[in-house]
Design a protein around this ligand. Structure first.
Ligand code: SF4
Ligand code: SF4
Length: 478
C-alpha cells in the first residue's frame, strides 16, 4: 500500500525529543529519533510502498509496530484516502458568547493608521452605511444586553466588550449597559464579564473607579514610550498624546492592583520604523506597569508609508523571537510572562485548537453599531454589505449562516496545504476586506508572517515542554 504523511510540521524541543505538529488534527506528538525517521521517510508527495520500505528495515518487527502507531495516530495515511467530510458549521443558531458594543464612532485622537478614521476605514468606501449616530443611546445599550441574553443559549456566562471610536467618549452608555446587564443577568442566574479598549486619554478617577469596581478587562491602545506614542497617536491638532495618558495609566495600574483586578493589557500597533519589540515590551511592563502586551502589525492598504513591507515582517519575526526567549526562560522557571501574542498561541497549541473560522466573528461574537445594527464584529458594524440585523428587531440568521459557510477554511483553497491552517484559517475578515474587497478571502499577503510566527510558537512550545511541562497546566482550565 502507498502511504504518506499528512500535512504536518516537524520541530525540536530542548534536548533529545522531536515533535510533530499534525495539521489535520492540530495534535502535537513527541517522537523519538527512530519514529521521527519514519515520519521523514514517508514525507514524500507520491508516498512510499510500506512493504517495500519494511523489507529494507534492519528490525522489521519494530519498524512495523512504529509505522502502525503512526497510522493509528493519523500522521501517516494511505495515499488518496477519502477524507471524511468536515462539518461545515456547528449547529446554528450558535449561542452568542460575546457582544462588542461600539458605543461611539467618534474619537478624540487622530491616529494616522486608524482603520476607523484613517485611509482604510470601512465606512468611507463602497458598501458603507455612512457615519451613523455618533453615540449609542441608553435604550440601544439596554436592547443590546437583552439581545445578548436572549441569544446566548444556556451559557452560564457571557462577555460584553465596549469599543469605539474612543470608547470612553460615551461613558454614560457603558454605565447604563453594565448596570442593566447586572440586573438582568442576576435575574437569569448568569454572569457577565466586561472588557473595554481605550486610548486612555479619558481615564478620570471616576472612570477608573467604575472600571476596576466591575473588574473590567482593560486594554489600552498605546504604541510605546513618548517617541513611539507621539509618532502616530496624536490629538486632532497633531499634538502627541503620551503626556496626557502616562499619568492616567499609572493611576489605573495602581487602582487595579489595589482591587486585585484582571490583567491590564497594552495593545501596540506596529508600523514601519517602530522601536524594537523587546524594548517596547520592557517599557510598557516595567515603566508603565502593564501586565500583558500584545503587538499587532498595522492593517494597511498597499502604499501607506507606515505599512510593514516584507522587510518589516522579517524584522518583526526576529524581534518576536528575541522576546520569545524571555518568555521561554520565564516559563521554564514556572513564571508567567506578558508577551500576549506568544501566550495566546501557546494556549491554542496546547488546547489543540483546530479552527474552521479564523475568529469568533459571526459565530460566538457579534458587533453592534451605535444605532443597534449588528455586524460580524466591531470592525464591520458600519458596513451595509455585512449587516446581520438589529438588536431591536433580531438577528438575520440566514445571512449569518450564509457568511459563515462562505468563510469556512475549506473554501480557501490556498490554505489546504498550509500547516498553519488550524490556527490561522485564512486570517482576519476585516483585513481581507480591506485588502481584497472580500471578507471571505484568505489573507495571502501575510502567510509568510503567520507561518513564521506559528513556527516560533511550535519551537517555543517544544522547548518549554522539554524542560517544564507543568507550565502548560495553566492552559487546561479555560
Ligand atoms: S492565510 Fe496563509 S497562513 Fe493562513 S492558513 Fe491560509 S495559507 Fe496558511
Ligand atoms: S474579523 Fe478581524 S477584527 Fe473582527 S474579530 Fe475577527 S480577527 Fe478581529
Amino acid at each position: 500500500m502507498q502511504l504518506r504523511t499528512v500535512l504536518h510540521r516537524r520541530f525540536r524541543g530542548d534536548g533529545e525529543t522531536d515533535f510533530v505538529y499534525v495539521a489535520t488534527s492540530a495534535a502535537i506528538l513527541g517522537v523519538d529519533a527512530p519514529t521521527g525517521a519514519i515520519v521523514d521517510a514517508f514525507a514524500t508527495a507520491s508516498g512510499r510502498d510500506d512493504e517495500q520500505w519494511l523489507a529494507e528495515q534492519p528490525d522489521a518487527a519494530q519498524a512495523a509496530s512504529s509505522l502502525h502507531d503512526l497510522i493509528d495516530l493519523g500522521v501517516i495515511r494511505p495515499v488518496g484516502e477519502a477524507q471524511a467530510p468536515r462539518a461545515q458549521l456547528p449547529p446554528m443558531p450558535f449561542p452568542l458568547a460575546t457582544l462588542v458594543l461600539n458605543v461611539t464612532n467618534k474619537c478624540n485622537l487622530s491616529c494616522t493608521y486608524c482603520y476607523e478614521y484613517g485611509e482604510d476605514r470601512l465606512t468611507a468606501g463602497t458598501g458603507s452605511k455612512g457615519a451613523g449616530k455618533a453615540r449609542m443611546e441608553d435604550d440601544t445599550a439596554r436592547q443590546s444586553i437583552d439581545f445578548l441574553l436572549r441569544n446566548c443559549g444556556d451559557r452560564p456566562q457571557v462577555s460584553i466588550t465596549f469599543f469605539g471610536g474612543e470608547t470612553l467618549l460615551n461613558f454614560p452608555a457603558i454605565r447604563t449597559a453594565v448596570e442593566y446587564a447586572e440586573q438582568r443577568a442576576t435575574a437569569l442566574r448568569k454572569r457577565v464579564h466586561y472588557s473595554l479598549t481605550t486610548n486612555a486619554t479619558l481615564l478620570t478617577d471616576e472612570v477608573i473607579d467604575f472600571l476596576t469596581q466591575h473588574r473590567f478587562g482593560i486594554t489600552v491602545s498605546i504604541d510605546g514610550d513618548q517617541k513611539e506614542q507621539d509618532r502616530h497617536r496624536t490629538f486632532q491638532k497633531g499634538v502627541g498624546s503620551f503626556a496626557t495618558i502616562a499619568p492616567r495609566i499609572q493611576l489605573l495600574v495602581a487602582k487595579n492592583k489595589e482591587r486585585k483586578g484582571r490583567s491590564l493589557g497594552a495593545r501596540v500597533t506596529l508600523t514601519a520604523g517602530a522601536a524594537p519589540v523587546p524594548d517596547t515590551y520592557r517599557f510598557l511592563t516595567q515603566e508603565l506597569g502593564f501586565d500583558e502586551v500584545g503587538f499587532a502589525p498595522v492593517t494597511a492598504g498597499l502604499g501607506r508609508t507606515y505599512a510593514l513591507g516584507e522587510l518589516g515582517y522579517e524584522r518583526l519575526l526576529r524581534e518576536f523571537g528575541e522576546l520569545a526567549e524571555d518568555y521561554i526562560a520565564a516559563a521554564i522557571r514556572g513564571e508567567s510572562h506578558g508577551f500576549a501574542n506568544l501566550g495566546d498561541l501557546l494556549r491554542e497549541l496546547h488546547q489543540g485548537v483546530n479552527k474552521a473560522h479564523p475568529c469568533g466573528a459571526g459565530l460566538g461574537l457579534l458587533g453592534v453599531s451605535t444605532e443597534g445594527d449588528i455586524g460580524l464584529c466591531h470592525r464591520f458594524v458600519e458596513s451595509k454589505d455585512h449587516e446581520l440585523g438589529n438588536v431591536a428587531t433580531g438577528l438575520d440568521e440566514a445571512a449569518r449562516t450564509s457568511f459563515l459557510q462562505r468563510a469556512h477554511v475549506d473554501t480557501k483553497t490556498d490554505c489546504t496545504k498550509c500547516f498553519a491552517r488550524p490556527l490561522c484559517a485564512g486570517g482576519c475578515y476585516h483585513e481581507a476586506h480591506v485588502r481584497y474587497g472580500d471578507a471571505t478571502k484568505a489573507n495571502l499577503h501575510y502567510c509568510e508572517w503567520i507561518r513564521g510566527f506559528v513556527d516560533l510558537g511550535l519551537r517555543s512550545y517544544g522547548r518549554i515542554l522539554s524542560r517544564n511541562p507543568r507550565f502548560f497546566a495553566r492552559f487546561e482550565t479555560s
